[in-house]
Write a protein that binds this ligand. Structure first.
Ligand SMILES: [Zn+2]
Ligand SMILES: [Zn+2]
Length: 412
């Protein structure tokens, strides 16, 4: 694990260059906050999915099933498991028995049907979590709908289910606001840091950039989600997730004097036996003091994290005195990195292609890109793109990337 210099939250403190020797004890922790299991519409046992993440270099994983935490008793029939896996029959059962032993699965016949009682998060934690090494973060995908459109919000580090809102009369934006408020109210009531990110806004074209801007109660959204069906790139008429980010943040900062959205990358994995909604595509790197739910959420609330689909950043710093953003990208043999420094200027022309919203101020090659924010910029962010293809692409031609949170902005 590298020692790190997390990005100081832009406006809260001036951020002189910090060096490792001044006792920064924070580490980067790699985690995915969006995964589905047999507790909802994923097609593998929770312990197998957790085991995959644990053995693939992750420090934490949030199982985020739809409207449920993995607690209490959940029985699933064998035909149901088989159907979920489509053609591969007893594969999930066989793989689980091979990994955890013949006595591991808890079989129970109900009526005529053989089935299995799923392991709870608590049981999985007992078996697979390791203090300081691997953490299971409780989570729920609150699967709301407004005017029949999906308004999915992942809440992490929560203790009890937050009920989903289904309202055919209310707009998706209104439902998003109500659900985000419900999460904040729960955090306040319980005194527990809970973080909510709005998922896949372009899924069924449910939410626009203007919706995301308007719901100031929402602080985070998925800049990347590995599900191939979520319209990550938008289409001819509608912006992709990265453009949505710039539009929403420009509106927030310039018109609402509100803080920008921060971006997370996730898997939203459902299929673990082949299939195209697989794990390992997107994650966050969080710079935290300790590996537990409270510390992860607190670090993210400070902005000490970035989103990735393959690019690793060793250090990042925003020097507020000279408005300079500097990244140190982890080098990789034979791979080059291109960083785009992006933002929007005051008095922007929303219709202009190149100097409007989400202007690319500079494109810098190399492992140590640095850029001084223009004086008239409302904010500055960076996207790093590797020359290397994504090993498990969710869209054609996908390259590995990292997304750095907006800095240099001012809010009231
Ligand atoms: Zn969803
Ligand atoms: Zn999901």
């Amino acid at each position: 694990m590298n020692r790190i210099i997390p990005l100081a939250f832009a406006i809260l403190l001036s951020a002189p260059l910090i060096h490792a020797e001044n006792h920064d004890t924070r580490e980067w922790f790699k985690g995915n906050t969006h995964t589905h299991t047999l507790w909802s519409d994923g097609n593998d046992f929770p312990e197998m999915i957790i085991d995959w993440y644990k053995s693939n270099g992750y420090d934490f994983i949030a199982l985020s099933d739809h409207n449920v935490l993995q607690e209490g008793e959940k029985w699933v029939s064998l035909p149901f498991i088989k159907k979920r896996q489509r053609a591969i029959g007893r594969g999930a059962v066989m793989k689980c028995e091979a990994r955890f032993g013949k006595d591991w699965l808890q079989w129970e016949t109900r009526g005529e049907e053989k089935g299995i009682i799923l392991k709870t998060l608590e049981q999985c934690t007992e078996e697979l979590a390791e203090p300081g090494e691997f953490y299971l973060l409780p989570a729920e995908e609150i699967s709301n709908s407004g005017s029949k459109k999906p308004v999915h919000i992942n809440a992490i580090n929560l203790k009890e289910v937050i009920p989903a809102i289904k309202d055919d009369e209310a707009s998706a934006q209104e439902v998003m606001r109500r659900s985000m408020k419900a999460v904040k109210a729960r955090a306040k009531e319980t005194g527990r840091p809970i973080l909510a990110h709005l998922n896949h806004p372009n899924f069924q074209w449910a939410l626009t950039a203007e919706d995301l801007a308007a719901v100031a109660e929402g602080d985070y959204f998925e800049i990347y989600n590995g599900h191939p069906g979520i319209n990550h790139l938008g289409d001819e008429e509608r912006p992709g997730d990265e453009e949505i980010w710039d539009i929403a943040n420009t509106i927030r900062i310039s018109e609402m004097k509100a803080a920008p959205l921060m971006g997370v990358a996730t898997d939203d994995s459902h299929t673990y036996h082949g299939g195209d909604v697989s794990p390992g595509r997107g994650w966050i790197m969080v710079g935290a003091d300790k590996l537990n739910g409270d510390e992860i959420v607190i670090a993210m609330q400070k902005g000490d994290f970035y989103a990735s689909s393959g690019v690793t950043i060793d250090r990042m710093n925003f020097d507020e005195k000279i408005n300079q953003l500097t990244l140190e990208i982890t080098p990789a043999e034979g791979i080059t990195f291109t960083t785009q420094f992006i933002g929007t200027r005051e008095g922007y022309d929303a219709a202009a292609e190149e100097t409007g919203i989400g202007e690319v101020f500079a494109t810098v090659k190399g492992n140590s890109p640095t850029f001084n924010m223009p004086e008239d910029a409302l904010y500055l962010r960076a996207t790093v793109t590797s020359s290397s293809k994504h090993p498990s692409p969710s869209f054609e031609g996908q390259k590995q990337q990292a997304w750095i949170q907006p800095v240099g902005w001012k809010a009231e």
